[in-house]
Every structure is written in structure tokens, then in C-alpha cells.
Design a protein around this ligand. Sequence first.
Ligand SMILES: [Zn+2]
Length: 306
Amino acid sequence: MWKQLRKRDSTRSLAIALFILVSLVVVSFGALQSSARSADWLAQNQPRWQTAWANPTNYGDRFAKDVYGQTVSNAPIVVLHETVASASSTIRFFQTPHPNEDEQASYHALVQRDGTIVYLVPFEKRAFGAGNSVFVSAQGYEAVKTHPKYSASVNNFAVHFSFETPPDGNNNGNAHSGYTAAQYRSIAWLVAYTRVPDSRITTHKLVDRSGTRKDPRSFNINQFWRELHRYQRSARLQPSSSRLASDLKTPITDRPSFSVGSESSPGLRDLGHSADSDSGLDGLHSSSPNGRTERRDRAVPSAPQA
Ligand SMILES: [Zn+2]
């Protein structure tokens, strides 16, 4: 009888184990399929786009360790900006080699008035979009110091997307006529594509610690959420906050040549140790006198390390 019981037990255990195994396979296959379906749907619905890769002096690698040697593992955030200049002059600035660290600046992509996405820096690279900055999350203050000379910033784990400012906003004012419906749709598509969850989407104004950034001005947050959630629903997206910023992939396969800037710019420092700068954007953002950087603003304390 004991023997029989043991036998029945072991048969039952085997059945349970098999059931769990099959369920796991089914669930993970389903998740894979659904993730592939989301990516496919989004890829098929990508707004019009083009590339205008920034000069490699204006961006760098995402660091695995901060300047103190501590491993960093922040999940990505999205930071929204506006150009405070025409798209063409902004692109021209990013494509100009800036061996001087104080002048380096970039976004990952900007969206023109007609909704065209312009890819500028590969997502897996670190764009110099928000110099002295901190993201406040449920985990606390998130910022990474990657250069001994400069303030900690969110750049190591941020994806920077920018609206092209309307002509009546190319000044220091507090507001302008706003962005086009096509721009909201394209920015929302970009953000949906990153799969960054809503809780990790922010603006330059909100992460800025220099006290000078107010972009994107005249931003209709409700219109943005509506468009983003429409994409998330249509693609049946599951935003993911468990991955690393280095996992981010640009939606297109076209890639810039990485050798151009580093070979043609004499005296260029190692790109792998480049500064977190967006000082060059001062001219574009027109928010500080003489286009000088406020990155060195010592009045604003550095953020705690993430
Ligand atoms: Zn900005």
C-alpha cells in the first residue's frame, strides 16, 4: 500500500512538473510572440523619418560604471525637449565637430514641424542632452557622474527627443504657439518604440538642476499622453522598466560611421570619456547669456549617485 501511495505521489509530482514546464513554455512563447507583434506593428506604423547623424564629438558611449568605479544600472528614461531654433540649424550644430567639451550637444532624435522624425544619435549611445540634471523616481535621485569635471546627469540612461520649436518661439519667452498634431504623433511613436513606462517619461525642465531650462514650453501633456497611449494600445505594448539603457535600439538599421570625427579632429579626447554636456544647446535654448554653459553652475549641488 505504501508502495502504491508513493507511486501515485510520484506520478502526480511528475504530472505537476510537466504541467508547469508546458505552461512556462507556452507563456514565454506567448510573450515572445506578443513582443514581436508589438515591434512589427510599430515598425509598420513608423512616421516619415530621415537620418542626419550627429558628429561623433557630440555624443559618447553609455557607461557601465560611473566616475567612482561604481556599476550603474539605471533603467532608461525619456527626456522631452524643444529645439528653440529651426530643425535645420539644430542639425547643423550637431553635425559640426566640437572638440571642445563645453560645446558638445545632441539629442537622439528631433521631430520637425511636419512630423518627420530625424535620427541624430543611435539610441544605444549617450547623447549630451541635459548637462546638470537629476531624475527623481520611486528609487530616489537618479543621476550618473561620468566625468570628474562635470556635474552628474541623466544622460547615461536617457533617451532625448526634441520638438522643433515654432518660429514664434525662437526666443527667450515663456510660451509660444505650440507644436503640431503631427509632432505629437511622431514623438509619441518614438516614445512608444522605446517601451519606457509612463513613470519614466519626463521633460528637460523637470530634470534640470541649473535652474535655466524651461523646455519644452507650451507643451500639451494631455495631447502627448493620448497619442502615446493610443500607440501602446494598438501595439499591445507592455512598457518595460526592467531593462538597461544600453539595451535601447534605434528603430532603423542605418548607422553613422563612427570613425569620421575621431580621425579628422586633432586633439580630440577619447570619446569613451566624453563629458555630459549640452552647453551647445544654450545657443539654441537661448536661456543663458552669451550662449555659455551653466553646466559648471556650482550653486546647484550635484545629485546623489544612483
Ligand atoms: Zn532641452
